[in-house]
Write a protein that binds this ligand. Sequence first.
Ligand code: NAD
Length: 476
Amino acid sequence: MADNRKTELEALLEKQRDAFTAARPEPLDARRDRIERAMALLKENADELCKAMSADFGSRSIQQSMITDIASTVGFGHYCLKNMAKWSRPERRKVQFPLGLLGAKAELRYEPKGVIGILSPWNFPVNLSFGPLMQVFAAGNRAMIKPSEFTERTSDVMAELVAKRFSDDECAVVTGGPEVAHAFSSLPFDHLVFTGSTATGRKVMEAAARNLVPVTLELGGKSPVFLGRSADLKKAGERIAMGKMMNAGQICLAPDYLYVPEDMEEGAVAAVELGARDMYPTLLANDDYASVVSDRHFDRLKGLVADAREKGADVIEVNPADEDFGNSNTRKMPLTILRNVTDDMAAMQEEIFGPVLPVKTYKAIDEAIDYVNKNDRPLGLYYFGEDGGEREKVLTRTISGGVTVNDVVFHVSMEDLPFGGVGPSGIGSYHGVEGFREFSHARSVYTQPKIDVAKLGGFKPPYGSATDKAIKTMMK
Ligand code: NAD
């Protein structure tokens, strides 16, 4: 990358930080105004943004984009507006006895961090840029956004719209490929939010570490579905098919693989197939069904299926209208269920991120629990069933970023629940009060009373019997 691009990014960061510093203390209304402008930008340009996403994907339903990228993000803006005064209120904290009686005070203030970098992926390009932005603004920060190069048109539209609505010292969108992304992640931000793959997340954290920039990493992983014996198969099948086929499975929280009781495998697979057929009776010319984002991603998914087939998996293509996918250039892929999978298959090793669903079986649910525990902590985990004891066993013996019971993916849509991973599926979270705190600095403020507390407590030299007495009391 040309050095002048890097210099440009550094200058932009400096400009934002200077503006941030000069404007402090900023009233909450300034934050509200930024959130409202971001919401208005989305509302007024929803059509253009959805068309850009559709063009970037090759095909992506406008209605789906309205739900997943526009309306949900506007809704999150409302949620931030409603809660930010409460979130930003200073908290009184306790002081040790007898300091309170002497007039000491302890207070926690949530203060903005400064300039926050937002690096976003292509799968929900608007949501994953503007979603964090709403809470970054709620906490009083400025923002620089670097969206994905895979959804280039959407990134260009976002850059143009942001430039119209915001001065570049409040919010700016920077476009470019991996080199720009690398330079971006090397900037000395006050905080960096990255949403993307675990592999890139590692690089981002390394780059951020050089400047000790705190990070929020929203990553991916293999989110398992536990199908319990008490599950309603029909409902579970529909819901799993919906979560696996929305955005053609290109969702960080998509159910990655299914774990079912051995004797229920036939029924579970049939239920997922039925769910898929009901929602998508055709696929190729069906605007409701998204394309895979690029040839590279499409080839990777076909490679996962070919590798599984070669290693002995049964491959079931759910192709309700018997369409000819071989001669299509739409990058549409039917839901592909893999049975008899083994751990040496790539589909059981890497995050699938597409409409391919491996099915594993268990005799006792403990096998499924042990399997999940042996692998990287997933971003999401799903349990279907009405058996409360079994559900709690699964939840209390596994670890994941979040959980949805009797459905998949939905926990992310609860605005008041923090969303994030754990370990390889992520660090930190946003949404809920936790997101506000993630983008704030919790600053402790202690006010000393007039009286000489150090002397009174025996901490002031010359040390003597008062000191010994204080130590004795503390060691009790
Ligand atoms: P990606 O990691 O390839 O790219 C994400 C962003 O990182 C892009 O903006 C890209 O330009 C940038 N980037 C690329 N190379 C970089 C580098 N060396 N240094 C810094 N930045 C770099 O991810 P993707 O393919 O766009 O998205 C898919 C992945 O994202 C999946 O793993 C999915 O699970 C994950 N994801 C997670 C969430 C979540 O909220 N946890 C949401 C959506 C997607």
